[in-house]
Design a protein around this ligand. Sequence first.
Ligand code: VGL
Ligand code: ZN
Length: 209
Amino acid sequence: MTKALLLIDIQNGFCPGGNLPVADGDKVVPVANALMKSGHYDLIVASQDWHPANHGSFASQHPGAKPFDMGELNGLPQVLWPDHCVQDTGDAEFHPGLDLTAIAHVQRKGENPAVDSYSAFRDNDRAALTGLADYLKDKGVTELDLMGLATDYCVKFSALDAVDMLPGVSVRFIEDGSRGIDPQGVEAAIEEMKSAGVAIISSRDVLGG
Ligand code: VGL
Ligand code: ZN
């Protein structure tokens, strides 16, 4: 059995003070650190939202649009976000409290300005893969736990793709290690993950106590 932990987008941009802050986003940092330290995992990987400054998911690229408006990108409905996680800016860096020492692999995503990539596994149009599924298969991962930011976007889509693209791997969502953008969206995301076969767990289930 090879147990992997996938930390989704624990970046300054999604924490208080960032450009697309998630309420209490920084609260997931100590959870991630404790899980990494626990010795439970054989492999730890992290995803990083990594957009060019002209990314098409940014409202700034759509004349007349405001952040959080609904728009379109590459023929898909697209929430238009504030500029966030621009490559080589502090907003894109991992939260300074996150212990990076045990992270074996960082999967960047969202680099193509023409399509968004909520999932750490592939773009929203499902055309281009990031390579993360092959990386995890290559490592022989049999159990994958996910957590991070944001529950209703990148965590959810990564969990659904993990079920779809890693057949036979058991996938679990660590609820207290995650925070979402919209409370209703979080509830719906959890239901969607459950229906897809993702187990909903707490970090306590891993850490004991
Ligand atoms: C995310 C919106 C835009 C996320 C990334 O990490 O959940 N959400 N880009
Ligand atoms: Zn993004």
